[in-house]
Design a protein around this ligand. Structure first.
Ligand code: FES
Length: 98
């Protein structure tokens, strides 16, 4: 994690497990936006947490959502599934394609 003195949100480390590709993951933007900035090709459609096109599984780390229950069941969340189009990292993460 990198934090500077100008009160910028923390920037965590992200990694796509399947390819080993790494990316910067600022706490204030979605994982999808961060992956896209890094040139990572990740499926996306609605970008609002309903269609599940972007679904991935967190191998490490945790994410937060701006709305309480995006399009995932409680069981899926427990199993580490997340929707990168609306998920913000809470620390370093490793994500896997599903
Ligand atoms: S792109 Fe539709 S849920 Fe993420």
């Amino acid at each position: 994690m990198t934090r500077d003195s100008s009160q910028q949100p923390p920037v965590f480390k992200g990694k796509v497990q399947d390819t080993g590709t790494t990316f910067a993951a600022p706490a204030d933007q979605s994982l999808f936006a961060s992956m896209r900035q890094a040139g990572i090709d990740w499926p996306v459609s609605c970008r609002n947490g309903t269609c599940r096109t972007c679904i991935g599984r967190l191998v490490e780390g945790q994410v937060a959502y701006d709305i309480p229950w995006p399009g995932l069941s409680l069981e899926e969340k427990r199993d580490g599934y997340c929707l990168p189009c609306i998920a913000r990292p809470m620390g370093d993460i490793v994500i896997q394609r599903t």
